[in-house]
Structure formats: C-alpha cells, structure tokens
Design a protein around this ligand. Structure first.
Ligand code: ZN
Ligand code: ZN
Length: 132
C-alpha cells in the first residue's frame, strides 16, 4: 500500500489511479456531471459561462474536454483548439487530421514486422516521388 498526500486537499490517502483522495475524486465526479449536464442543456455556452453556472474552475472544464470525457456540440466549435495546428475541435487535444498523422508516425516507428506487407506500396510511392 502506498500512501500519498492528496495534491488537491493535502490529506493522506492510499494511492490510486486518479492520484487524489476519495473525497476529491467524488467532488471531481460531481463537477464533471454538473459540467456535462450544463453543456447538454446549453450546447452553445462558452467555457466562462459553464464555469460560472456550475462553479467549476475553467481550467477543470478544459481538462474534462481535453481528456476526451466531454464532447462539445457542433454548435460550439470555437472553445477548443488543436494543440498542433490550432484548428477548432470538439473534444480531446488534437484535431482528427493531426491525431491521424500521429497514429501514422507511431505505426511507422513501430518497426518493420507489422508494416512488412505495406513495403511494396511504400517503394512504389517513393519511386513516384523521385520521378516527379
Ligand atoms: Zn483530496
Ligand atoms: Zn490539428
């Protein structure tokens, strides 16, 4: 058993994945539900409005969104921005294009075992580029 100080309230607690004491975890869950409900009823609300109405810190609201736990409606495209290309997104940290690019890079870096079947296509592609 690993004991830690809760980073939020300072109480000692048994370490868990959330890295906060049960009281604070419960509070965060409550906050999350408040924000989710408010956004559900007011899909066009700004982060500031959400924070004011739910009494949840704007930073916390952003955190919920960036963790991908909350998703904005299409009516509300300007609250969150992709951390790479700055285009508007509805949830998470990156837009679809950037997360696709990242996945591709990850797959490429994984080594040749999984990509061996694709090598033919890649050679073809590089040849094509050279000819251009
Ligand atoms: Zn705590
Ligand atoms: Zn992007």
């Amino acid at each position: 058993m690993q004991l830690r100080n809760c980073p939020i309230c300072g109480k000692i607690f048994v370490y868990n994945v959330k890295n906060m004491c049960p009281d604070c975890a419960k509070k965060e869950e409550d906050d999350f539900e408040k924000v989710r409900d408010y956004l559900y009823k007011n899909p066009g609300a700004t982060i500031e409005e959400v924070s004011e109405q739910t009494e949840v810190d704007t930073k916390k609201v952003l955190e919920f969104l960036k963790e991908g736990r909350l998703m904005l409606k299409n009516e509300n495209p300007n609250l969150l921005r992709c951390e790479i290309c700055d285009s508007p997104i509805l949830t998470g940290k990156y837009c679809e294009k950037c997360s696709r690019d990242m996945k591709k890079q990850l797959n490429n870096a994984k080594g040749d075992l999984s990509s061996r079947s694709k090598i033919g296509g890649q050679i073809h592609l590089s040849k094509y580029r050279r000819e251009k």
